[in-house]
Design a protein around this ligand. Structure first.
Ligand SMILES: NC(=O)c1ccc[n+]([C@@H]2O[C@H](COP(=O)([O-])OP(=O)(O)OC[C@H]3O[C@@H](n4cnc5c(N)ncnc54)[C@H](OP(=O)(O)O)[C@@H]3O)[C@@H](O)[C@H]2O)c1
Length: 221
């Protein structure tokens, strides 16, 4: 496939890039710092806090699909997921490219957004301990990021594109196992983590799974 990979310089994006090239895909990498990618691919420079529509359209023109592993490097960058994804969507609409797979966060489907003002109060994949102890602790630190990612999923839902959001639990840098579970529109029950390498493998698999189009799909061990 001809793929455009946004955030190819990230820890998950780097695995997606390596595995995509290994699988024989032709990749255009969208990064804000071209020096961060050493693989022999076409690179388009784009800072997604101030997206350049012309550069982004040139990055997605003529591609079969776009994959995004975009996210904030630190809490000063919260907001980049929704703003950057909106810009990617606009570029894809302008270029007539339809398939978009983005990395998202497990558990954010209970956060209200303009297209889902009354989301389910509980994620059926989240057990009692996670709901009452782990999630409130994570919320203390990451609530703003979660709200931004929920807004990113809102942008997907109103985009009209053939999107899939891959909702991830805690990411590790352990070696891939090739074994994981998935769940539609809810977290994977008891699935607390996944290696970035396995998450990347799943992201690429999803490109060939039309049944995931216009769905949030969680993946975890
Ligand atoms: N970490 C976890 O445990 C966890 C758990 C669940 C879900 N997730 C989701 O997975 C996402 C990816 O995780 P990760 O660990 O792979 O993240 P990461 O290593 O921090 O990668 C973030 C990527 O986004 C890029 N980026 C950030 N701001 C940008 C901007 N303004 N313009 C262009 N590119 C920009 C970064 O580019 P640079 O290389 O230039 O900085 C980098 O390529 C997270 O953001 C989060 O939403 C993470």
């Amino acid at each position: 496939m001809k793929l455009t990979l946004v955030a190819a310089s990230g820890r998950t994006g780097g695995h997606v890039l390596d595995q995509a090239l290994g699988a024989g895909h032709e990749v255009t990498a969208v990064v804000r710092n071209p020096d961060a990618v050493t693989a022999p691919v076409r690179i388009v420079r784009a800072d997604l806090t101030a997206p350049d529509p012309v550069a982004l359209k040139s990055a997605v023109d003529g591609r079969d699909a776009v994959v995004s592993a975009l996210g904030p490097r630190h809490n000063g960058e919260y907001g980049v997921a929704s703003r950057g994804t909106r810009a990617i969507i606009e570029a894809m609409v302008a270029a007539g490219v339809r398939r978009l797979v983005v990395v998202s966060v497990a558990g954010i489907s209970t956060i209200p957004t303009p297209s889902r003002p009354n989301p389910p109060k509980r994620d059926p994949g989240v057990g009692f301990f996670t709901r009452t102890v782990l999630s409130p602790l994570a919320n203390l630190r990451l609530r703003k990021h979660y709200e931004d990612v929920a807004l990113m999923e809102h942008e997907l839902r109103v985009s009209g594109l053939d999107w899939t959001s891959v909702q991830l639990p805690l990411l590790t840098d352990k070696p891939p196992t090739g074994h994981y579970r998935m769940a539609y529109e809810q977290s994977v029950r008891g699935g607390f983590r996944i290696a970035r390498a396995d998450a990347a493998q799943f992201v690429l698999r999803v490109l060939g799974m039309p049944e995931t189009v216009r769905h949030s799909v969680a993946v975890a061990y």
